[in-house]
Design a protein around this ligand. Structure first.
Ligand SMILES: Cc1ncc(COP(=O)(O)O)c(C=O)c1O
Length: 377
């Protein structure tokens, strides 16, 4: 294949969905069935997730944000409590701690994979700590054993991590709950949606009571729990079901893209992919590189601008949550988190989707090489 030397003619989307007739047919069948809200398709999706993850309970909800929120409420997290989490995440992870009435405490991350550092977490545990929320960033397993050893409930943010294993064990049943996202860009996409996995019947029952305001029998109704409206529509479950069936096929495509990126960035001084622990299965949700301006010539922001001019879509996962305006206001005396803050200046996510062809990824790589040649020392 000749290497493209020209700017790409059309814009390459960062993470387009990989949807085909299977999803379309399943949605049409659901629409024809007349059942739009949570019903047979959501239950089928829950059963498929239970089997895929090897867990006792999988509950479909409206988003991963809701999954995390309901998990914390089900575990009794409330006012006066602290919950330790990662600053390198989508703000939802911290927002739900605030919504539960508790205070987020951010622990710095490890420089290699940007997952929460268990040693920093251990230093932050105090009498008010009620739970820990690690994030499996980009699809790399967070280091769960030392977190579990602290003896507190762990709620895993597994929005990026459907395929992730930790030291040979599939995530899903390892902690109090594990929360997955079905958002449009995720490895199993439903447009929106989330899954709460747990092996605890008690936690599952509490989450079930919280996710929907249930009617009792007869013409009268009553509620026992002040619940939320966080159930998943069958229309969205009908998109996610074929996605879960195709997870292996989609993974094989993403693995090829990741291998192409690995080979290419190895030759680009100052551009380094995040580390992947060979003991774990990485979900390859994101391909994140760090751009060290001193060696790569210019900053991450300038690389991103130059790639956009090359018609290559990129994204930033993530700016450290504790430095965002809402959290500076809410928690003005927070300590600095040097590893997360440096990463926030350097990280860039390259296009990665099973909807991309090998040529698309070759275009992204050629553009990155051109930009590096232009800016690099
Ligand atoms: C790490 C992480 N946690 C939580 C979420 C929230 O997921 P959802 O959009 O399904 O609420 C996302 C985002 O999409 C995410 O990337």
């Amino acid at each position: 294949m000749p290497e493209p030397t020209q700017r790409r003619a059309t814009f390459l989307g960062f993470q387009p969905p990989a949807i085909d007739d299977e999803e379309i047919d399943e949605v049409v069948a659901t629409l024809r069935s007349g059942w739009l809200t949570s019903g047979p398709k959501s239950r089928e999706l829950e059963a498929a997730f239970r089997e895929y993850l090897g867990v006792e309970h999988a509950l479909a909800v409206s988003s991963c944000t809701a999954a995390l929120h309901l998990s914390l409420v089900a575990l009794g997290v409330g006012p006066g409590d602290e919950v330790i989490t990662s600053p390198i995440t989508w703000p939802s992870t911290a927002n739900v701690i605030v919504h539960a009435g508790a205070t987020p405490v951010f622990a710095d991350v490890r420089p290699g994979d940007l997952n929460i550092d268990p040693e920093r977490v251990a230093e932050l545990v105090g009498p008010r700590t009620k739970a820990i929320v690690p994030v499996h960033f980009a699809g790399a397993a967070a280091d769960l054993d030392p977190l579990h050893a602290l003896g507190l409930p762990v709620v895993e943010d597994a929005a990026h991590a459907v395929e992730t294993t930790y030291r040979g064990r599939k995530i899903g049943g390892l902690s109090a709950t594990t929360c997955f996202s079905l958002y449009a860009t995720k490895n199993v996409a439903g447009g929106e949606g989330g899954i709460i996995a747990t092996n605890s019947a008690e936690v599952a029952a509490a989450v079930d009571a919280l996710r929907v305001m249930r009617r009792s029998h007869g013409s009268l109704y009553d509620i026992e729990t002040v619940g939320f409206k966080a159930n998943l529509s069958d229309v969205l479950a009908s998109i996610a079901l074929p996605q879960l069936r195709k997870i292996g096929r989609h993974r094989a495509i993403r693995e090829r893209h990741v291998a192409a990126y690995d080979a290419a960035v190895a030759g680009l001084d100052g551009i380094t992919p995040l580390e992947r622990d060979p003991r774990d299965t990485h979900a390859h949700h994101l391909y994140v590189v760090r751009i060290a301006a001193a060696r790569a010539g210019v900053t991450r922001d300038e690389y991103q601008r130059a790639l956009t001019e090359e018609n290559i879509g990129t994204s930033i996962h993530f700016l450290p949550v504790h430095r965002l305006t809402a959290y500076r206001r809410l928690l003005p005396d927070q300590p600095r988190l040097p590893v997360a803050e440096q990463a926030g200046d350097e990280i860039l996510s390259l296009p990665l989707s099973p909807a991309h062809s090998a040529d698309d990824i070759a275009d992204a790589i050629a553009a990155l090489q051109r930009v590096h040649a232009r800016f690099g020392a």
